[in-house]
Design a protein around this ligand. Structure first.
Ligand code: EPZ
Length: 421
């Protein structure tokens, strides 16, 4: 059943928003339960459709899943029914590719559907595959599937990623923890989610050093054991609501948000005239100047400006008192929110991978279409401050990454209503 959201513009967000667990840590963390037969208890797992999709795949593979409450799960993998991740699962949620490494490492084989492209870009997995081959796996591509075999197990080696890849780093971390010998990942992803993921693997008995830096070293071990693990707060959700607070000239405490996970982003907001104050229970965000100033950004791997906050930042710049350039360096097609924002009155022109945004007095409500997760939330933010009513269609994009968004925003004075179409 398709759903849309009606947003009545003109609100000023005031209050507190509890930040949920990080989607992009929960996904690899849940997959890591494939690496041991012992139970892992996960806390603060966000209630999102992407998480549900992944748990459906893990159940299909044969994991035992026990849900304790809405945000707590126990997973264990005594054995598996299948070492296959079928197309129907992977096409719904491309992070399913993360089962490739652990299945090859522990069960010595894996058959995983190629994820295919997605709205924001080609999003290859060639770097995942090449790294596995370097560790001794035989990999072939047959009928749209990646078939990996490692009958003699995997062997550690030096692997340099030509492009920094978040799930590529995570996939190969899971392959390396049970490999023979030492693996060094060079040009590894440094995102907080990757650093926390290494902490989980070390809690399970892995021997990983250099987490959070661009060179991660893994000493292979024979076995991993169970543990308890709490998912860190979602910095992208937090950054999204920071922008919502700023554009509505509101004042919002982002509860549990960790300032150090968004330093470059918060410093950019500060230059734009938005105050982001670190508190002991989160980050307080409010507009410190009467106007939003234009600040140019280029997206980059962590600790640079996060690509997952580019669409949301575009809305902030759509209302600035000048012109800002926004360059998307990570994905080749992550400007699909722009045509929808233009229909709401934004003044934006695209030149290759750079969008030039000239601020306007106001946006006006319209019927708009969500195309991908972060584009959809940028349209919701635009609706909060647009004159009149905005209808955002294809809400399923939004539910992939934002838990209880209506409740969180309406509790701060917004007027959002979801309805079936
Ligand atoms: C992760 O995707 C995140 N998803 C994305 O968040 C995020 O936008 C992205 O990292 C960049 O930060 C999860 O963690 C589940 P990449 P991932 O591999 O790992 C190219 C969201 O909104 N590449 O770091 O798939 C790729 O095409 C989502 O929550 C290859 O060419 O991204 C891209 O241009 C969207 N070959 C660049 O590298 C490969 O084998 C970075 O991609 C792998 C990647």
């Amino acid at each position: 059943m398709l759903q849309s959201m009606r947003i009545v513009g003109g609100c000023q967000l005031k209050g507190e928003i509890e930040i949920s667990g990080a989607k992009n840590l929960a996904l690899p963390a849940l997959v890591a339960s494939l690496l041991t037969e012992e139970k892992i208890t996960y806390k603060n797992v966000p209630n999102l459709t992407d998480i549900k999709s992944l748990l459906d795949l893990l159940e299909y593979i044969g994991l035992t899943i026990n849900q304790i409450d809405q945000h707590t799960f126990e997973l264990s993998t005594k054995g598996v029914k299948s070492t296959e991740a079928p197309y129907d699962f992977v096409r719904k949620m491309r992070a399913s590719i993360l089962v490739l490494g652990p299945l090859a490492a522990r069960f010595k084989e894996a058959t995983v559907s190629l994820p295919g492209g997605c709205a924001i870009g080609v999003r290859g997995v060639d770097l995942h595959i090449r790294a596995l081959e370097m560790m001794g796996a035989e990999v072939s591509i047959e009928n749209g599937y990646i078939k990996a075999r490692a009958q003699n197990g995997l062997t550690g080696c030096d692997i340099t990623f030509p492009t920094t890849t978040v799930t590529g780093t995570e996939n190969i971390l899971m392959a390396a923890v049970l490999a023979k010998g030492t693996t060094r990942l060079i040009n590894a992803a440094m995102e907080p989610e990757v650093e926390a993921f290494c902490e989980l693997l070390n809690n399970m008995g892995a021997k990983i050093t250099g987490a959070g830096t661009s060179i991660i070293t893994i000493e292979g071990v024979n076995k991993l054991h169970g543990t308890e693990f709490e998912i860190i707060p979602d910095r992208i959700e937090a950054g999204t609501y920071a922008i919502a607070a700023a554009v509505t000239n509101g004042e919002v405490l982002l509860k549990n948000c960790r300032y150090e996970h968004l330093t470059s982003f918060f410093e950019t907001l500060s230059s734009a005239g938005v105050m982001c104050e670190e508190k002991n229970d989160g980050v307080l965000v409010y507009q410190k100047d009467s106007e939003i100033h234009p600040v140019d950004i280029q997206t980059a791997p962590y600790p640079g400006f996060p690509t997952d906050l580019q669409a949301q930042y575009t809305v902030l710049m759509a209302l600035c008192n000048g012109t800002a350039s926004i360059t998307e360096n990570i994905f080749e097609n992550r400007f699909m929110h722009i045509s929808e924002l233009q229909r709401m009155g934004a003044n934006i022109s695209i030149h290759g991978k750079t969008a030039m945004v000239t601020g306007v007095e106001k946006l006006t409500g319209a019927q708009v279409m969500a195309t991908d997760l972060r584009a959809s939330v940028s349209l919701v933010i635009a609706g909060l401050i647009a004159d009149g009513e905005t209808i955002v269609n294809r809400l399923y994009h939004l539910d992939r990454g934002y838990e209880n968004i209506e409740e969180k925003l309406n509790n701060c004075g917004a007027n959002l209503e979801r309805f079936a179409v």
